[in-house]
Design a protein around this ligand. Sequence first.
Ligand code: AQP
Length: 337
Amino acid sequence: MNTENQSKKIILSGIQASGDLTIGHYAGAMKNWVQLQDDYECFFMVADMHAITTKQIPADLRRRSIDVVAMYAACGINTEQSTLFIQSHVQEHAQLAWVLNCFTGFGEAQRMTQFKDKSQQHSENVNVGLFSYPVLMAADILLYQADLVPVGDDQKQHIELTRNLAERFNHLYSPTFIIPEPFIAKEGARIMSLQEPKKKMSKSDPNQNSCIFLHDSDAVIRNKIKRAVTDSGTDIIYDIETRPGISNLMSLHHIATGKSMQAISDEFNGRGYAPFKEAVAESVAELISPIRSRFEELRSHPDELSALLKTGADKAKRQAFKTLRKVYKKIGFVEPS
Ligand code: AQP
């Protein structure tokens, strides 16, 4: 770590390797990361350990873990500046998660709404890992002494749990963990399914037409937006309650062009859905096209990605080991001789 980095606040964030990344991940995560990376020391991980809380095909998980790293870089993460790593490469995540499990109340974990949602979605596989997912997430964050955690608003409750666990530990022993703050993306950054606009766009949605993947071709993007579900009526006005389909398309246009919701409404309201959908398709295709090209270029150099991951894991490990060592000492574990 250089001196400049030592004075910078720390960010930790990550995405599960449970599917191919969508424009939702770009809007809710990577776009913010790119903006924050100059001002913070950033650790961006591929959450493969979180991914196995739902069923994964091993070969797909292996491929996707590398795809996610390449996608981070393709979206503009500076790989020289930020630390990119795969969660399972740093064993301290599992080790701290175990310790934190022993400081988490059962009722406290039971209150997590994401567990309730996900256990309904995956009712055939409600495992203990899914239940303690937020505790592993707390370990991810606290290991790096992160000051700020950029997340979607659906993750706010998990950050609250992380803060509670850190405060509990600090109070029981002595100051050990930084208490992290969530960094929640602005309005319009939550992208919804193109087919069921009241539901979040999710990479593991079995309906491929509900998602725009960051590797989709221009033709596929145009087709998916053309087929996107809209609302009855013809108004192009941002209102997620009454006009979820159109509001979602407005969010996509906003992400792709930077135009405000009001400016989009002023430009398209009264002209009908067809020209608006065409404009959204064009802007989204224009946003994704260079990302897709950079992704393909990076993916064609697997050795460089491996080297990058090795450097990232080494750097992440140095920080993680420092924190874990302190924790082990404080709770009374004997140091190995
Ligand atoms: N549709 C979205 N809109 C805005 N932000 C999103 N994020 C995910 N989807 C959207 C944000 O990306 C970060 C990490 O996502 P994740 O993949 O680790 O977890 P997730 O939120 O469970 O994403 P998915 O796609 O829904 O995964 P699956 O289908 O595997 O459950 C978070 O900050 C999240 O808010």
